[in-house]
Design a protein around this ligand. Structure first.
Ligand SMILES: Nc1ncnc2c1ncn2[C@@H]1O[C@H](COP(=O)(O)OP(=O)(O)OP(=O)(O)O)[C@@H](O)[C@H]1O
Length: 962
């Protein structure tokens, strides 16, 4: 019997609850004052899975050495005395630094020391002990507070050490916390060697946002790109940005792999497109200097990315050494490598070395490196992506409320991923855009087809993800079946498109490889013939390859198998034998039941005792009569518990042994068949991968079609001109927000915009008048048009835009070390340097951060340069319209190129009406210049104190107070 204190309650565990020997009981009992938590024996029958398992092991080791009872008792006496002294020591924290650690704790200490000396990041070591993850030594002291877990001390033989821990099922939660602080986690999972029974805790993986393989942390609706960047040697020597930069990025859970050689000018735009979760650079490169913005200010934006300064190991491998990660055909891989540019090779090498260090036990096979083409996409720098809230909101970084979220009607993970990556890289290829528009038009025309298509798409699986999971032995058997069902559903979709010639003509080319691939279809049939369709979705996740858990009870009379009986000859024979046994089993149960009058007097079951492995008949005693009836049965041994009797019956012993032997053989055969199936799947990897692009494209297109219908969008005309003509344009996100607020009554005011290159619209109007909304809506319409979507307007004709620039106040906060005005100037300088006649520039107030006169002159100079030198299309919102106009009027060429528009506000004169009803915003844009910002009214609306308002009113110049 074990007595332990669990929080404030006394709990009593019987020895049967524990997996081990008496030594463990002794250890726990001797620690009865220790806090011992059980997660409930009902869930975890068979063992106590608590932090104190480490203690148990220690004590068990000691126990093994000193087996004699007498000596153990003696030791206990001594230990009691020692413990007293040590607990005193621990209380006063007077640990002798010379106290040497042994075994488990010494290994832990070494690991903590090893990682605390690293310069490339901060590592938090999570060591799995039982079903807890624990932190020790200075790590526990440093991170317990950050993680919000209790810091305590563990009393060892010679000293007490700090430690903290949490249950392993909460790992995802703590990893998220770790990432949010810019830290990394080193996961050391415990492994028990099957033969020697020795437990070790090697590093299983080093987890950071880009190397996450934990399903719970992964959003499969988005790519999780890990990006390695290699820079030119000594780039900071000159002030000019020179030299080539290598980029290599991948998604470790999906096996995608891309490369690109670029330069400093295009680096930020490339990073926005890739949208990495983590950036890796060689620790030798001075990335801090680049981030500081001292060399060139635009790189300060990089600060917002999670960055790893990777200390490339001396054992660094060459790219060729990783060839097997890409395909079995080494020749093919090496010839692909030969096509890579020098910097692409170095970046790929850095990336693969980093992955090898972080995921030593994870099989990461990639598709052959693909180069993405920068000339074919619209450039959006990270700031513009943020300002326009493409994938997340400015405030809070939420996905809800961002454009990506509003337009997403996809029903599959691959579709959602494609949509969000398109959003960050709108195409500049007119042919490509028109083709996407054509797909949408067809889907809109054949609404019932689209409806059926959506239903079929919903049944398809995220194939790339499943293949990775199979590769890493994480997939459930049901996931194998998803491959074959996806093949079936794609066949159904193909049949569906065949029914309509117009659709067939357009969509059939994307099915070509899939339909012609007979071997892929054979594979699908083979999977269905192999895996039992009744398998559950139980996955191998979160066990972290841990084979230290309770050994599973041996199932008796098993009826559910993962592999079908006909999957192999041997399996067929084994299953027939097992079925015979099952028959005998049922017969035996029936005979015994007859003898015991089961039902009336007893409950009966055939079991295998978990601890001893004996085959027993378990008879639950209901009444006196059942006790008498038991004596009718011939048994070899009898065990009594309070409520039942367990009998060793020869027939059951023999049958049970036989059943277990067959079960074992079936398990081995299942494993062999599964391995063969895995090998077959990998042989067809290329064909399997062909399915994802079909799903992606169809799903993204149906999503666009759906949104076009729901939001009343039009197909924009996209051409080679530099025109920008939008009639009755809307801002989808603001519109949706207004609909939510007004319970379904849309009251967004649409506005038109017509610009050519070298022209600008200056927008003035009251605060809250809708200036920023108008500016952003036009940029968003351009982006939507170039990703191939329809747009929120009644008409749109757009010349292809190469770059979108934004200068909006809201991103000021990402620059930690620069003043507001410095930030404004940096951003404007980039625009003036890089904008072209195909660019769209959005400026929401410029020159506010300095004296009004100088501010306006800078605003004018910027605007003038943008239209006259850069020849871009400019939308410029300002509260200093009157002053700006004075400057513009001085320059005839500027006067010709700039139009003034305004929004308005009306104030009802009845002051008895509450302020929010008294102010009416007219968001319709009209030609002209607004001279009044109505700032005081807005302040009143915001709840400004009356007295302060009065002061403000009195201090206004006379001409403004009317
Ligand atoms: N076209 C519109 N139709 C309906 N409501 C609109 C429209 N434009 C803006 N709004 C509403 O007005 C709010 C304020 O708009 P916005 O931020 O664009 O104003 P602003 O003129 O830029 O203000 P400020 O000068 O204070 O920055 C929006 O959040 C939205 O609720």
């Amino acid at each position: 019997m074990l007595v332990a204190v669990a929080r404030n309650a006394w709990r009593i565990y019987s020895s049967g609850c524990l997996r081990g020997c008496a030594g463990k009981l002794l250890a726990l009992r001797s620690r009865s004052s220790y806090r011992i938590i059980s997660r409930g024996l009902s869930h975890n029958e068979g063992h106590i899975d608590h932090v104190s398992l480490a203690d148990i092991e220690v004590i068990t080791e000691q126990k093994d050495k000193k087996r004699s009872r007498g000596r153990a008792e003696k030791k206990n006496e001594g230990a009691k005395q020692k413990k007293k002294t040590e607990s005193l020591k621990a209380q006063t924290n007077e640990t002798n630094p010379d106290d040497s650690l042994t075994g488990f704790y010494q290994d832990l200490k070494d690991m903590v020391d090893q990682f605390s000396n690293r310069v490339d990041g901060e590592y938090v070591i999570f060591t799995q002990v039982g079903s807890f993850y624990e932190l020790y030594f200075e790590q526990a002291e440093k991170y317990a507070g950050i993680l919000g877990i209790t810091l305590t001390r563990k009393q060892l033989k010679s000293q007490s050490i700090p430690f903290a821990g949490f249950p392993d099922y909460k790992l995802d939660k703590y990893l998220r916390l770790i990432f949010s602080k810019g830290l990394k986690a080193v996961i050391c999972n415990q492994r028990r060697d099957e033969f020697s029974n020795v437990i070790t805790r090697p590093i299983d993986r080093i987890v950071s946002p880009g190397t996450v393989v934990d399903e719970g942390l992964r959003d499969y609706n988005r790519n999780n790109h890990l990006l390695a960047i290699t820079f030119p040697e000594e780039p900071f020597k000159h002030s000019v940005m020179e030299g080539k930069i290598g980029l290599a990025w991948c998604d470790v859970s999906l096996g995608t792999f891309y490369v690109l050689e670029t330069n400093f000018e295009n680096l930020m735009a490339a990073i926005t497109r890739i949208n990495p979760s983590e950036i890796v650079v060689d620790s030798k490169f001075d990335i801090e200097y680049l981030y500081s913005g001292k060399w060139h200010p635009q790189f300060t934006d990089l600060k917002s990315y999670y960055t790893t300064r990777f200390q490339v190991p001396s054992t660094k491998r060459k790219l060729q050494d990783y060839a097997s990660k890409f395909a079995d055909n080494r020749k093919l891989v090496l010839s692909t490598f030969d096509l890579l540019k020098q910097k692409e090779i170095s970046a790929s090498n850095l990336l693969l070395n980093y992955i090898a260090e972080c995921l030593p036990n994870y099989s990461t096979n990639f598709q052959l490196p693909t180069r993405s083409l920068p000339s074919e996409v619209m450039q959006i720098d990270p700031r513009a992506a943020k300002d326009l809230e493409l994938t997340e909101t400015i405030r809070g970084g939420m996905r809800v409320g961002a454009l990506a979220n509003i337009i997403d009607r996809t029903v599959t993970n691959p579709g959602a991923r494609l949509l969000s990556s398109w959003l960050l890289m709108p195409s500049t290829n007119i042919k490509e855009i028109k083709q996407r528009q054509h797909f949408i038009t067809l889907m809109l025309k054949f609404g019932s087809f689209t409806g059926e298509l959506i239903q079929l798409l919903k049944h398809t699986a995220d194939i790339s993800r499943i293949v990775r999971r199979i590769d890493n032995n994480r997939a459930a058997f049901a996931e194998y079946l998803e491959i074959s069902s996806t093949i079936r559903y794609l066949d159904n979709i193909y049949d569906l498109i065949k029914e309509r010639p117009e659709i067939f003509k357009v969509f059939s080319p994307i099915f070509k490889v899939f339909i012609d691939d007979a071997s892929l279809h054979k594979l699908g049939t083979h999977i269905t013939k192999t895996i039992d369709s009744s398998v559950t979705l139980k996955t191998n996740d979160n066990n972290n390859n841990n084979n230290n858990g309770p050994r599973p009870d041996i199932t008796i009379a098993k009826t559910n198998w993962n592999i079908k009986a006909d999957a192999s000859k041997r399996m067929h024979t084994l299953r027939s034998k097992y079925d015979d046994c099952l028959e005998k089993y049922n017969q035996l149960l029936e005979d015994l039941a007859k003898q015991l009058c089961e039902g009336e007097t007893t409950d009966l079951s055939l079991i295998r005792h978990l601890k001893t492995g004996e085959f027993l008949v378990n008879v639950r005693i209901k009444n006196k009569k059942s006790k008498e009836l038991i004596e009718n049965i011939k048994y070899e041994k009898k065990y009594h518990t309070r409520t039942s009797v367990k009998l060793q019956v020869p027939e059951w012993k023999e049958l049970g042994n036989r059943m277990v032997a067959i079960e074992n053989n079936i398990a081995i055969e299942e494993m062999n068949i599964t391995n063969e199936l895995k090998a077959k799947i990998f042989r067809h990897n290329d064909s399997i991968k062909e399915m994802s692009p079909i799903i992606e494209l169809l799903d993204t297109t149906q999503s666009f079609a759906n949104m076009a219908q729901e939001k009343n969008l039009v197909c924009p005309i996209v051409d080679k001109t530099t025109d920008f003509d939008i009639v009755e344009g809307r801002h989808l996100v603001v519109e949706e927000g207004l609909q939510d607020r007004s319970m379904g009554v849309a009251n967004f005011t649409s506005n038109s915009c017509k610009l050519k290159n070298g022209e600008a619209w200056v927008i003035t109007g009251p605060n809250m008048g809708g200036k920023s909304t108008f500016l952003r809506q036009n940029a968003l319409i351009a982006i939507l048009a170039q990703i191939g979507s329809f747009v929120p307007a009644s008409y749109a004709r757009l010349g292809i835009i190469d770059k979108i620039f934004t200068r909006v106040g809201s991103s000021d906060n990402i620059f930690k070390n620069q003043s507001t005005f410095m930030v404004e100037m940096n951003e404007t300088a980039i625009i003036l340097r890089e904008a072209t006649e195909r660019s769209l520039v959005i400026v929401d107030e410029l020159g506010r951060g300095t004296s009004p006169q100088e501010g306006v002159s800078i605003a004018f100079a910027s605007l003038y340069t943008m239209i006259e030198k850069n020849k871009s299309k400019v939308l410029f919102a300002t509260h200093f319209g009157t002053d700006l106009k004075k400057y513009i009027d001085k320059y005839p060429e500027a006067k010709k190129a700039v139009e003034f528009y305004k929004t308005d506000l009306e104030e009802l004169h009845d002051t008895s009406i509450p302020i929010d009803k008294r102010i009416i915003f007219h968001h319709t844009l009209s030609k002209g210049l607004s001279t009044h910002s109505h700032a005081l009214l807005i302040a009143e609306l915001a709840g400004f104190p009356k007295s302060a308002l009065e002061i403000a009113r009195k201090s206004l110049p006379e001409e403004m107070s009317s």
